[in-house]
Design a protein around this ligand. Sequence first.
Ligand SMILES: Cc1cc2nc3c(=O)[nH]c(=O)nc-3n(C[C@H](O)[C@H](O)[C@H](O)COP(=O)(O)O)c2cc1C
Length: 424
Amino acid sequence: MSPESTTNLPRSVEDSVEASATGARLNPSPATFKGSPGRRYYRGFNLERVRTIEDLRAMAHRRLPPFAIEYLEGGSEEEATLARNRAALASYRLLARALVDVRHRDQSVKLFGRQTPLPFAIAPTGLNGLFRHKADFLLAEAAAEAGIPFIQSTMSNDRMEEIARIPGLRHWWQLYVFGGPDVRNALIARAEKIGCEALVVTVDTQFYGNREWETRRLTPSNKPTLASILETIFHPGWIATTLQQGLPSFANVIDFVPEEHRSFFASAFWIRGHMDYALDWKEMSKIRSLWPRKLLIKGLLNVGDIQRAAEIGADGVILSNHGGRQLDWTISGLDALPEARRRVGDRLTLIVDGGMRRGTDILKGVALGADAVLLGRATLYGLAAAGREGVDRAIQILREEIDRDMGLLGVNSLAALGPEFLTR
Ligand SMILES: Cc1cc2nc3c(=O)[nH]c(=O)nc-3n(C[C@H](O)[C@H](O)[C@H](O)COP(=O)(O)O)c2cc1C
């Protein structure tokens, strides 16, 4: 442990990371003066009184049954990768410029040639139907209104053709490669037909991460334990807004699953068991030649791999450890970002994710060379807490934080932001 980490401020950072990883609801800030006065996140349900993403998270936790919280929050094994995402962000401090005229602040960025009003997009997350009925509609509509891309997961519970009809949506399709070339070809053809702007191929999930806490809630035959089922009784709000049509199904891929495995749990495990272990660069080049629009590879952390993505003609890379849910003890996307940017220059659009909960987090990502960041849990907290309005609120909170933070940092545009605004 460095001397710095046992004294002064960084102790609080470790506490925050710890509290963040364990879902503590007491604000762990050092400014709580050892708990007196006690400071808690907002405990009501009035969105106007919600101030932070962490408030939305506390609201989401109150509404969801424990097994859904576990699915939303959990990481793999010791959750060291999960904790690294917040710790990597916490390892940077901001260096503001003073005496800058900051009357005008522009937080738009250019993504694939198109001006995007905010420097973030919504990450692909599967099984959102566990948080709300029609969840991906709610996320996608909020994204369309904000003018940001929405990446729909292969494991979405809403049909891609219906999401594509949302007016003004920048619709990106995330592909899991499973079940053989016919499945992959069919999904790519559908994404092209409905006009998706980009294909995002996730490559860190050929093996499913060891999310032990999730599996503790399942019986040996992969059914929810009695305790998990009984716990839902205490969450009538969740039942009413989530299960009105029963358990969600994997609407875009269920037809590829043999009929006898199409129940909710059986289909999830069947797909998981049929991921393409042989997926390699040759296969990725094939996907490149099949897909005529923007291609991003999601889940790269090794800078050599990121360079290789450029060589096979990818348009972008998402530096990500899958929200800490796959390989444990790995680095955060943020850790690899500066070197990746140095190596690939402007050849690739670089997007980073992992632990983004504050305007300052997003600004750190941009300062280290990201064109934009992805929000995974931040918008899911809003969704789980209050549906569409909760997602809108999450986006609004981050927009306002970024705007204020740009003023405090002394920058007028995100193009002006660089590593010189950060110190470790
Ligand atoms: C509940 C949940 C489900 C996810 N499902 C997918 C998925 O289907 N496809 C994918 O590429 N990434 C998936 N991810 C990873 C996210 O795309 C993203 O990389 C991660 O959530 C970013 O970290 P954050 O949640 O701390 O923002 C999932 C993440 C979560 C939390």
